[in-house]
Design a protein around this ligand. Structure first.
Ligand SMILES: Cc1cc2nc3c(=O)[nH]c(=O)nc-3n(C[C@H](O)[C@H](O)[C@H](O)COP(=O)(O)OP(=O)(O)OC[C@H]3O[C@@H](n4cnc5c(N)ncnc54)[C@H](O)[C@@H]3O)c2cc1C
Length: 310
């Protein structure tokens, strides 16, 4: 049976689906195809479909580290559904499905007296996105706590465990490619008093409220921190807080956040990121590397406003 038809018949496949609501920026155009996979059979059908019709693939988690182009994504967007959102415990280990929201994982583990994942409470992504990005904050990162990731390879339909070493995790990087889907991950944990875990998570949330522009449309830190420094500090030092293009600006609260208004375009965000990168290169001699992922076609950069090179 045609694999795409099979997915469509099971209600898993939709065409021309707007992606903006599926990301934290709430910007960007539609996906040519969107497949919501909920179990192993869906994954196998999808792999078979891609074998019949090879198309670019984007696995979308909670969309908190991506910017989708206004023209959308001309390929298949894959999302893990509720069948991949679960948390299980065993002594010293916590496993979670790839779609599990990180704050939910942190809270569940803490309540069960399993510590070490509290830093996840402030990261609005999924387990799959955290493995791919080696997400981290407050001095901790995924690589330090990950025991293994369960990865489905869409190219050949194989599935297997990969260790942090096999994933080559480094600062906000893994060797996962677009056809790799993290369907689950297992983490090592240390015993913790649930009240202490709760207090740690409250502290993490408080810090974020104080230092990050909560309640705005953004995708977290736009640039990676250069070794031994902070991208936000450098952008601020270059006088770029408040610098804007269209309805998008460098946050006054945290200069490594680029915040958008509802009426903004993805193109504005993209152009502002490149413009900040260029100005920082010229003013501070630092090459900032974007952490957020640009998806789709953004074309050439257009002009900016609000800051002149100096
Ligand atoms: C307010 C805010 C604060 C943030 N703070 C932090 C922070 O402190 N530290 C930090 O590291 N990040 C932070 N981020 C960025 C983001 O939350 C993380 O990178 C997170 O891990 C992304 O997860 P996601 O599910 O949203 O992934 P998405 O944004 O959906 O995707 C990101 C990448 O992961 C891939 N991906 C997603 N799911 C899977 C999967 N199941 N299998 C394989 N690949 C997958 C995508 O293809 C893409 O390449 C922040 C973002 C926001 C909006």
């Amino acid at each position: 049976m045609n694999a795409w038809r099979d997915l469509a018949d099971r209600g898993r496949l939709r065409t021309h689906v707007p992606l903006a609501p599926l990301t934290t920026y709430k910007l960007g155009g539609p996906a040519r195809l969107l497949v919501d996979v909920d179990d192993a059979a869906d994954l196998e059908s999808l792999a078979a479909g891609l074998e019949e019709t090879p198309l670019p693939v984007l696995v979308l988690g909670r969309g908190s580290n991506v910017l989708i182009a206004d023209g959308g994504f001309d390929g298949v967007v894959v999302r893990l559904g509720g069948g991949f959102a679960w948390v299980r415990w065993q002594p010293g280990l916590v496993s979670a499905g790839g779609a599990t929201p990180l704050p939910q994982l942190a809270r569940s583990a803490g309540r069960a007296g399993q510590g070490g994942l509290e830093f996840y409470v402030g990261i609005p992504g999924s387990v799959g996105g955290a493995v791919r990005m080696n997400a981290g904050c407050h001095g901790s990162e995924t690589a330090e706590v990950l025991e293994a990731a369960d990865v489905f390879d869409l190219r050949d339909g194989s599935r297997g465990e990969r260790s942090p070493a096999a994933l080559e995790l480094s600062y906000r990087h893994s060797n996962l490619v677009d056809t790799d889907i993290v369907v689950a991950a297992t983490y090592r944990t240390d015993p913790v008093d649930p009240e202490i875990a709760e207090e740690t998570m409250r502290e993490v949330s408080r810090w974020r409220r104080d230092y990050q522009p909560g309640g705005t449309l953004n995708a977290g830190s736009v640039f990676k921190n250069p070794p031994g420094d902070a991208a936000g500090r450098i952008i601020d030092q270059c006088g770029l807080k408040g610098y804007s293009i269209g309805a998008v600006s460098v946050s006054e609260k945290h200069a490594n956040f680029i915040v958008a208004e509802r009426k903004a375009t993805a193109r504005d965000v993209h152009d502002l990121v490149l413009s900040v990168q260029d100005l920082v290169r010229r003013r501070a001699g630092v090459d900032l590397v974007p952490e957020i992922r640009f998806v789709g076609d953004f074309g050439e950069i257009s002009g900016g406003s609000g800051a002149e090179d100096g």
